[in-house]
Design a protein around this ligand. Structure first.
Ligand SMILES: C[S@@+](CC[C@H](N)C(=O)[O-])C[C@H]1O[C@@H](n2cnc3c(N)ncnc32)[C@H](O)[C@@H]1O
Length: 260
């Protein structure tokens, strides 16, 4: 099997077109949302699919206790190395679909990087919400970052979507993104294929990640929260803004759920 881009933590950020300051902006927005919707201080936070937990590292430096879960040992190892000497940031190797942690409850949880829609089975989404709910205090918030899914067309054959070349340190990376066909009766919105050819000085490696993306809009998230009986949806914010109308969303939106 070809390796995954997540086996190359230093490269994946460049591949995902993250710009300097993006993570800081996301953390500031989360803090704005917490101030607006949670009338008590946030002292403990759960970072879901944390990778190396760049958000958690910023929050932990500000004195907040953070626990992150991720399935990738490589991403977790990168996070632990970056957070050496930083108190209050714990990593756990867990799958997001269903998990438990030996931790006290949290004031808030978040799931960034538009990764939530990779959970495509109803059962996984419900057990995921139950797992998060078991760790979040009543009245606590769960913020979920979701990609704008407005313009992806259904395809009949594997179709190149876009390609580019990026520099990640000394490595040059050819990035190709494809859409794959899906069955009409699936809950899926698309299947996204990410192919990266990484040219290191001494070798080249091709990574391939197949990422099923479930269709999630604000009303569907509201329904999902209600179905879990653990959360209610309070708000949907477009593009890291508290004021932009959701109809004008162009990149991503944030679902704000409250633990009931
Ligand atoms: C795009 S990265 C985001 C990492 C981090 N939140 C950030 O903003 O940099 C997505 C992460 O989701 C993790 N992931 C994907 N599927 C997962 C699953 N089923 N269970 C746990 N982690 C998963 C990957 O290992 C990866 O670290």
């Amino acid at each position: 099997m070809e390796p995954s881009i997540y086996q190359f933590p230093d490269v994946f950020r460049r591949v995902h077109m993250e710009a300097p300051g993006d993570i800081e902006r996301e953390v500031r927005f989360l803090e704005e949302v917490w101030r607006r919707h949670l009338k008590r201080p946030v002292r403990r936070v759960l970072d879901i699919a944390c990778g190396n937990s760049p958000h958690g590292q910023i929050l932990a430096r500000a004195g907040i206790e953070v626990a992150g879960i991720d399935r990738s040992p490589t991403m977790i190892a990168a996070g632990r190395a970056e957070a050496t000497g930083l108190k209050g940031l714990q990593f756990y190797r867990r799958r997001i679909e269903q998990f438990q942690l030996p931790e006290k409850s949290f004031d808030a949880a978040f799931f960034m990087s538009e990764t939530f829609p990779i959970m495509t089975r109803n059962r996984d989404i419900i057990t995921h919400l139950e797992s998060v709910a078991a760790l979040v205090k009543r009245g606590g918030l769960y913020c979920i970052d979701i990609d704008y899914q407005g313009e992806v067309e259904l395809v009949r054959t594997r179709t190149l979507w876009r390609e580019r070349t990026v520099q990640a340190g000394d490595a040059q990376v050819e990035v190709r993104e494809y859409h794959r066909p899906i069955e009409w009766h699936e809950a899926l919105h698309s299947i996204y294929e990410l192919e990266c050819t990484i040219h290191f000085d001494d070798r080249s490696i091709i990574t391939r990640d197949l990422i099923p993306v479930r269709y999630f809009t604000p009303p569907l998230m509201d329904l999902t929260a209600r179905a879990s009986r653990k959360f209610e949806m309070l708000a949907a914010y477009a593009d890291l803004s508290l004021t932009r109308p959701i109809a004008q969303c162009y990149g991503r939106w944030l679902a704000v759920l409250r633990r009931v």
